[in-house]
Design a protein around this ligand. Structure first.
Ligand code: NAD
Length: 490
């Protein structure tokens, strides 16, 4: 018996117009039936969100009341985190230790946005007219279309649902067709929290019909997309239909720069966590290691030894350190980029294939490739897998040039004990995040987003909530003098 999941539209749980089977990546076998929302389902979800946007049950809530609903949702997420984590692990192969701790932290994201709901303020303006009071109201932008990829769906939807609801918007979120179970189950918590019907709608379906219908819908005013750059181009074209304000969180090929002066042991742990956590399927994965020649051999020796010790296994098991890739497509993609990289001159220091004994699931070994230059495919292309590509540099200037040579610019890491050098690099790196002597720290309070092909706009932080509002300029004439007849010259 396969488990069955449903869409959540206008406060009701329903099967999609069609359905599809979801595969457990650890076994390669179907484990659940998912609803596939059709264009008609999308239409009903957007119409529900549109009605809910101006219905008194939502529009007349005070900001603090919206905040209270979000606090309630946060508590529910925290309480149900273990169950949601098991579902995410079953549907995506991400290990249980990671899903449990990440979903626990998702509750903190909802708390952050709950607290912001009544801090979204307008402004009084000192306009250059003596008899006018002028102020700005900040109003919710309208119906939001949220699109998320298959990795970390609860987390990536929290940074859309949270600010949207804090601002007073309504939302239709499309879970990825790959691994949608935790997000569809999360809809039950939204329901239990007591949001009015239609305020949050959660559906899943395929990009070409469901995703396109949602992001081009004329009643959608705001699109919040996370996914790959190719899909982002479709989204931007879709938004030509509704001219919705659009933010894009896209891929990365984030460099980690390591200089000669570091403590090799400590840095090795940072690099391993940066690339092999979540089996490398993370937009901020530190997938390009740029290492100064003097420390290269010592560091690589440590990294290879540590990578070989990583325990690969059943993602539901507590002691597994690396699970499978989420899909067969991902496995094929990684195999192909690694093969092209070797053909172009890369050397495999460890890994480079599927581990033995795991041929039914979508497993891949932790892999380190030594690359002669930055033109090797594994250095330029996003793999979204457990593959670290290493390039050597001699000077600081060379390191900056290598780091910035990517078309992406999401995150970056700098390991050095030299404070002056660190500050120089912080200024020089073309990336939305610079981590110094650490990697992968995130917080709801800190904006997140990329430069270049890594995206447009930021999620997290106060800035992101304002992106779910628009201003209305209000002019109030305060003079008692009658308004002059415009056609009588004085
Ligand atoms: P993807 O771009 O293939 O799919 C993302 C979502 O877009 C899915 O829900 C999909 O159904 C939908 N979609 C596909 N075609 C569409 C269309 N024409 N119109 C509307 N929607 C459409 O991405 P993926 O393979 O699921 O995820 C991996 C990518 O996501 C990587 O590039 C990764 O770096 C990126 N990512 C970025 C961040 C970030 O915050 N910057 C976070 C996680 C993942």
């Amino acid at each position: 018996m396969l488990r069955r999941f449903q869409n959540y539209i206008d406060g009701g749980f329903e099967d999609g117009s069609a359905s599809f089977e979801s595969i457990n990546p650890a076994t390669g076998v179907s484990w659940a039936i998912m609803p596939a929302a059709s264009e008609a389902d999308v239409e009903r979800a957007v119409q529900a969100a549109h009605r809910a946007f101006s219905a008194p049950s939502w529009a007349d809530l005070t900001a603090s009341q919206r905040g209270k609903l979000l606090y309630k949702l946060a508590d529910l997420v925290e309480r149900h985190a273990p169950r949601l984590a098991e579902l995410e692990t079953a549907d995506t192969g991400k290990i249980i230790r990671e899903t449990r701790s990440q979903i626990g932290y998702v509750a903190e994201y909802y708390r952050y946005y709950a607290g912001l709901a009544d801090k979204i303020q307008g402004m009084h303006l000192p306009a250059d007219k003596i008899d006018m009071e002028v102020y700005l109201r900040r109003e919710p932008i309208g119906v939001v279309a949220g699109i998320v990829p298959w990795n970390s769906q609860l987390f990536l939807s929290a940074v859309k649902i949270g600010p949207a609801l804090a601002a007073g918007c309504t939302i239709v979120i499309k879970a990825s067709e790959e691994g949608p179970a935790p997000l569809l189950e999360f809809a039950r918590l939204v329901h239990e929290a007591g949001f009015p019907h239609g305020v949050v709608n959660i559906i899943t379906g395929f990009g070409a019909d469901c995703g396109r219908a949602l992001t081009s819908h004329p009643l959608v005013s705001r699109i919040a997309f996370t996914g790959g750059p190719e899909t982002a181009r479709h989204i931007v074209r879709n938004s030509a239909e509704n001219l919705a304000f659009t933010t894009l969180e896209l891929g990365g090929k984030s460099p980690v720069l390591v200089f000669d002066d570091v403590d090799v042991d400590s840095v090795a742990n940072g690099i391993i966590a940066g690339i092999f956590a979540a089996t490398g399927q993370s937009c901020v994965a530190g997938s390009r290691l740029l290492v100064q020649r003097g420390v290269r051999d010592r560091l690589l020796e440590k990294l290879v030894a540590k990578a070989k010790l990583i325990r690969i296994g059943n993602p539901q098991s507590e002691d597994t350190e690396m699970g499978p890739l989420a899909t067969k497509r991902q496995l094929e993609h990684i195999n192909s980029v690694v093969a092209r990289s070797i053909a172009a001159g890369a050397t495999v220091l460890t890994g480079g294939r599927q581990p033995s004994g795991f041929d039914t699931g979508f497993y891949y070994q932790p892999t380190i490739l030594s690359c002669p230059d930055q033109h090797i495919p594994s250095v330029t292309e996003e793999l979204f897998g457990p593959v670290l590509s290493v390039v050597t540099f001699d000077t600081e200037a060379e390191a900056i040039e290598l780091a910035n040579s990517s078309e992406y610019g999401l995150a970056s890491g700098v390991f050095t004990r030299d404070l002056t050098r660190a500050h120089k690099l912080i200024r020089a790196l073309r990336a939305g995040i610079v981590w110094v002597n650490t990697y992968r720290a995130v917080s709801p309070i800190v904006p997140f987003g990329g430069y270049k092909q890594s995206g447009l706009g930021r999620e997290g932080g106060m800035e992101s909530v304002l992106d779910y509002t628009r201003t209305k300029s209000v002019w109030i004439r305060t003079s008692d003098e009658p308004i002059q007849d415009p056609f009588v010259m004085r």
